[in-house]
Design a protein around this ligand. Structure first.
Ligand SMILES: [Zn+2]
Length: 112
């Protein structure tokens, strides 16, 4: 089990996915990595799989902290990723992990 991590600019802190050659905000090409294993489903697509079994894909906004630039540009929203999303629905909070090269999201069960 490995958590999902994304590059973040070492100068301004902007997280990005997919990886870029240079930061879209400040142009720097120095990177660190930040944890990106949590996010929220914003869209669901059921795609036909190779064997006819539908594959549920989720577009997920990553919950990567990005407070310093929340007032400009993309409004501080996290990068978006597409992941296998079995059992997910829109607005679900999910945990992301890379398993055997496939990014998978699983709903977080919130006990009440
Ligand atoms: Zn930057």
């Amino acid at each position: 089990m490995s958590g999902f991590r994304v590059p973040a600019c070492a100068i301004c802190g902007r997280p990005t996915w997919p990886p870029q050659l240079a930061c879209a905000r400040c142009g720097a090409a120095e990177w660190t990595e930040v944890d990106a294993s949590a996010g929220t489903v914003v869209e669901i697509t059921d795609a036909p799989g190779a064997d006819g079994t539908p594959i549920r894909l989720g577009t997920i906004e990553l919950a990567v902290p990005y407070p310093a630039y929340a007032d400009i540009g993309d409004g501080g929203r996290g990068p978006f990723v597409v992941a296998r999303c079995e059992g997910c629905a829109v607005e679900d909070e999910v945990r992301l992990e890379l398993l055997e090269g496939v990014l998978r999201a699983r709903p977080v069960i919130v006990s009440k």
